[in-house]
Design a protein around this ligand. Structure first.
Ligand code: GLN
Length: 277
């Protein structure tokens, strides 16, 4: 049992590319036979555990099924990346605004959570290549006549999810009264209850909440406010950036990415750029 813990800790370090440095410390006597092999600087470690943070209240990207199991586009994609890169993915549920601190503290190795690649975030963490094209949209109660775009939200009550690009966009609107929530469904519910005038949130998520009937009486108005790319987030300069990027490139090339996209969005995926900026 104690061997299991040591081994799993060791494998985790291998996933982080620190295998060579730790081998001396972690391997004693007859455990050597179990040591995974890998070359220093190898883009695909021979095996290991990748702890991946996610905030599972953002369907169709990540949510919890009836039995509490994680499901969604991001979950399937991350599992496929793990299989491709020979890494065992272990998900950990965290609040969205806790994901970057967890990466910085090293308590998770990566995060997949419909996270937009932004210049600001890229100063403190690293991102994989873009894996999804999204954008922000305004939601209002059905039949709202006076909101057609961002300018119409001046002085209005807006609900957003804390720490998101939607929250940053709302902060730019003059005179707006902003209420923040821990999750997007809570912000949308506040709008459905009539306590705010609008929600600014990722379009695919708001549209899914409406289409699935999870939230009733809302509609999306106007054009997308932004074009945003989602990326898998990693600690700054993590060796796993390259591991994940190669796996992702392979899944895009071999059709697995398109299959997962079809499953969750019932459509052909768009072309993805290799970099967000
Ligand atoms: N894409 C948005 C962001 O990165 C929202 C992500 C989320 O709430 N999971 O801020």
């Amino acid at each position: 049992m104690s061997w299991m813990i040591t081994r799993s800790k060791f494998l985790r370090q291998v996933a982080l590319g620190l295998g060579a440095a730790l081998m001396v410390a972690a391997c004693g006597g007859d455990e050597q036979a179990e040591t995974p092999t890998g070359t220093a600087g190898d883009a695909a470690p021979a095996g290991g555990v990748l702890r991946v943070g996610t905030e599972p209240a953002f369907p169709p990207f990540e949510s919890q099924g009836a039995g509490g199991e994680l499901e969604g586009f991001d979950i399937d994609l991350m599992q496929a990346i793990g299989e491709q890169a020979n890494l065992e993915v272990e998900f950990e549920s965290l609040p969205f605004d806790g994901l970057i601190p967890a990466l910085q503290a090293g308590s998770v190795d990566a995060a997949i959570s419909a996270m937009t690649i932004t210049e600001e975030r890229a100063q403190t963490i690293s991102f994989s290549r873009p894996y999804f094209v999204a954008g922000l949209a305004i939601a209002v109660q059905e039949g709202t006549a006076d909101v057609a775009g961002l300018d119409d939200l001046e002085g209005k009550r807006i609900a957003v999810q804390i720490g998101t690009t939607g929250a940053s966009k709302a902060a730019e609107i003059s005179g707006a009264q902003i209420t923040t929530f821990d999750s997007a469904p809570l912000a949308l519910q506040e709008l459905a209850n009539g306590n705010v005038d609008a929600v600014i949130n990722d379009a695919p998520v708001t549209l899914d909440a409406i289409a699935s009937g999870n939230i009733q009486g809302l509609e999306v108005v106007g054009e997308l406010l932004t074009e945003e790319y989602y990326g898998i987030a990693l600690p700054q300069n993590s060796p796993n950036v390259e591991v994940i990027n190669s796996a992702l490139a392979e899944l895009i090339a071999n059709g697995t990415y398109a299959e997962i996209y079809q499953k969750w969005f019932d459509a052909e995926p768009p072309e993805l750029p290799e970099s967000a900026f």
